[in-house]
Design a protein. Structure first.
Length: 82
């Protein structure tokens, strides 16, 4: 039973860590968007800009963006270790 409790505690810890990382990422995105857009910033504007831009670009350009984004993302293994 002790092993099961340890595993449950580890799962709970990892879930909390996941929420913390998502919150940190969300705040980083908010700050970057707000810095770029200044006083014009609103969540609706950001969603509109991203949606419009993504929907109106070629699949080749989307592929280039995704490759660039992947090169800046931390490895999933690194995220899982924390």
């Amino acid at each position: 039973m002790n092993n099961i409790d340890m595993i449950r505690k580890k799962i709970e810890h990892l879930k909390k860590k996941e929420v913390e990382l998502e919150t940190k990422e969300a705040l980083t995105l908010y700050r970057r968007f707000h810095k770029i857009l200044g006083e014009e910033y609103s969540p609706e504007l950001v969603v509109g800009l991203v949606s419009h831009t993504w929907e109106n670009k070629s699949s080749k350009l989307k592929e280039v963006w995704l490759q660039k984004a992947n090169s800046f993302r931390p490895s999933q293994n690194l995220l899982q270790e924390n």
